[in-house]
Design a protein around this ligand. Structure first.
Ligand code: FAQ
Length: 340
């Protein structure tokens, strides 16, 4: 049983009378101590283990948002499958977009082990209650955008997700190992396709530069608000869900990407970007957080289109789910009859 009901104090949910003071029984104190010890020992919490409600909620929030990001993240690149410039690029892109769908499914499964249903998570996405990554609310205007998504968006995703392979929640950590292997292929295919374009015509080089200019700042914002404005970081770090802060990961991404841009032959659109010898890192300019929050809160260039596409896909697929359930019921009834 994955229920957390034993962490709900007596009397909760009753509407009348004063709230009783929560009592921590010896039994509960032992459970808390065992949980804390496992976190301190860098062990893995599994679905059947006792966990504090705050830990469970933080995980459901983060894993479901992550799953939604993977599923909505299929859309900007999916837009180019029918227009890929060669059969090879089309095959690679189909495989990549399909991988992202798979990542969403592993992540929904991981979140389900915490007691939340897939229907509830999808309902939250479709009604606009749940967040997904800001980056997928921008349009893919030319073929170079597909390469830049692979190089920079998948690159940023890997930087954030490698530490999640060591996250304290077992099902999430295990899902991330496979996800990261696939994201690594995605990042390389994007970079390779850009290298080919940069060796091409003047027009192709200009397309790559234009795509880099449009995506660079959005990728830096993907890591989330600055540490001082990140309300969930404290609990995420305390419970071993997050291993690095938003700003630390952003810095690692900048440091890793600048040399890659030099090899590629593109400039990154930041006049303040320069090596800081004293810090041993690249300095970078200010991020437009107002634009980030507008996009996160539903007012980015493609938010409405992305959500409408997901809702339509869900509605159009209802008959498949109904048929699969009807088939499963029929099969179970036949097996029960044969066993009788
Ligand atoms: N977009 O307190 P924090 C991918 C929200 S997968 C939208 O710092 P936290 C693969 C945040 O949820 C990309 N919202 O939050 C791919 C919170 O709102 P809430 C997704 C954002 O959780 C590639 C509020 O702001 N990756 O790209 C964003 O400690 C190519 C305050 O923020 C993951 O989800 C944002 N960028 O840190 C697919 C990785 N940033 O919930 C297709 C797992 C923050 O309080 C093609 N997630 N917010 O209402 C994480 O590591 C963390 O959740 C962070 C945010 C780092 C994203």
């Amino acid at each position: 049983m994955y229920t957390q009901s034993f962490s709900v104090g007596d009397g909760q949910g009753k509407s009348n009378g004063p709230k009783p003071v929560p009592v921590i029984s010896v039994d509960d104190a032992e459970k808390v101590a065992a949980f804390e010890q496992k976190i301190a020992d860098d062990g893995r919490i599994e679905p059947q283990d006792w966990m504090p409600e705050a830990y469970r909620k933080t995980l459901i929030r983060q894993i479901s948002q992550h799953a939604h990001s993977e599923i909505v993240g299929m859309l900007p690149e999916g837009n180019w499958i029918s227009r890929a410039p060669s059969l090879k690029r089309k095959a690679i892109l189909i495989a990549k977009v399909q991988d992202e769908g798979g990542h969403g499914l592993y992540l929904y499964s991981a979140a389900e082990t915490l007691g939340v249903s897939r229907d509830k998570m999808l309902d939250d996405l479709h009604t606009g209650r749940a967040k997904y990554s800001s980056i997928f609310n921008y349009p893919t205007l030319n073929w170079a955008d597909v390469g830049v998504i692979g190089w920079l968006v998948d690159g940023a995703a890997i930087m954030n997700q490698i530490p999640l392979c060591r996250c304290s929640y077992g099902p999430y950590a295990r899902a991330m190992i496979r996800v990261c292997k696939e994201e690594s292929f995605h990042q390389r295919q994007g970079y390779e396709s850009l290298l080919v374009m940069m060796r091409g015509t003047e027009e192709q080089r200009a397309m790559v530069q234009d795509a880099v200019n449009r995506w660079w700042w959005k990728c830096l914002a993907m890591f989330g608000p600055p540490d001082a404005d990140s309300p969930n970081s404290a609990i995420g770090m305390r419970y071993g869900i997050k291993r690095f802060s938003n700003d630390d990961l952003r810095q690692k991404f900048v440091d890793a990407t600048v040399p890659q841009a030099e090899i590629l032959g593109v400039t990154l659109p930041d006049p303040d970007l320069k090596w800081n010898e004293a810090r041993g890192h690249y300095d970078y300019g200010p991020i437009d957080w107002d634009e980030f929050w507008r996009t996160v809160n539903g007012d980015g260039p493609c938010n409405k289109e992305r959500l409408a596409t997901r809702v339509k896909a869900d509605r159009d697929g209802q008959w498949v789910r109904d048929a699969a359930l009807a088939h499963a019921r029929k099969r179970a009834a036949r097996e029960a009859k044969e066993a009788a």
